[in-house]
Write a new protein. Structure first.
Ligand SMILES: [Zn+2]
Ligand SMILES: [Zn+2]
Ligand SMILES: [Zn+2]
Length: 255
């Protein structure tokens, strides 16, 4: 069994956006409150987090998560890495260093952004990460097989991840055919879309639907949603069969 819980489903600014008075940002529907995109995958008794954005603390508190086995990072943008200082709580509770899996370029970014966590003489109480460099080849974490999927975020090569029958892809606007083969057969697909209109670095709604239909998973959930895509209700009403709008707190599972 593999379960995915959406910790956040919003684009980089989150929804509501500070100061915005639009219909989506002022909606009282809890499904329109979108924290920065992140997901927890539970597989074979392991808890693996994908991305740790600025809302990491709030997300772990809301879902009552006190332990993690690893964090996989898709890329270095702050909406996916900005919460890593709060790994301190996990270090303290589990009394261990938390493994992070990312590409070399992302590691270099973490060294810059969290320089205090990597210095020779460590200040007490700083976050403790153990970085494992990966590429687009499959790897294993304590018996859990992970298949990275190479996708492009404008020109930036970043990673999606397949664990069991669930594939999670965010911040993409291009996937090459040979990489899409790794996604084929997934029962659940998570895919990013930011809005209906074309965007330079994210799938538009119609582009995401096209990829989803090509993969043909039993269910595809859309994430990394901006306020421009509309309310959860409006978006849900315009999606084809088998494609759903995700929302914060939604949990889905498959064999
Ligand atoms: Zn993002
Ligand atoms: Zn708005
Ligand atoms: Zn990004």
């Amino acid at each position: 069994m593999t379960r995915l819980t959406f910790l956040g489903t919003g684009t980089s600014q989150g929804v509501p956006i500070i100061g915005c008075k639009c219909k989506v940002c002022t909606s009282t529907d809890l499904k329109d409150k979108r924290l920065r995109s992140s997901a927890l995958i539970e597989h074979n008794g392991k808890k693996i987090l994908i991305d740790a954005g600025p809302d990491f603390r709030q997300q772990l508190l809301r879902e009552n998560i006190g332990n993690l086995d690893a964090i996989l990072l898709t890329h270095e943008h702050k909406d996916h890495t900005g919460g890593l200082d709060d790994v301190r709580a996990i270090n303290y509770l589990q009394k261990k260093i938390l493994p992070i899996y990312c590409e070399k370029r992302v590691e270099e970014s973490l060294h810059r952004e969290y320089s205090y966590a990597f210095c020779e003489i460590k200040y007490p109480g700083i976050p403790q990460f153990n970085i494992n460099i990966i590429d687009s080849n499959p790897f294993n974490i304590d018996g859990v097989n992970i298949t990275p999927v190479r996708v492009y975020h404008r020109k930036l090569p970043i990673l999606g991840y397949r664990i069991g029958n669930i594939t999670y892809i965010t911040d993409a606007n291009k996937i090459e055919e040979h990489e899409l083969k790794k996604v084929m057969g997934s029962k659940i697909l998570v895919l990013n879309t930011i809005r209906k209109e074309k965007h330079f670095s994210h799938f538009s709604l119609s582009e995401a639907i096209e990829v989803a239909q090509k993969v043909g998973a039993d269910a595809t959930y859309l994430t990394h949603l901006s306020h421009q895509i509309g309310t959860h209700k409006d978006l849900s009403n315009c999606l084809p069969k088998g494609i759903y709008a995700s929302y914060d707190g939604l949990s889905v599972e498959t064999e």
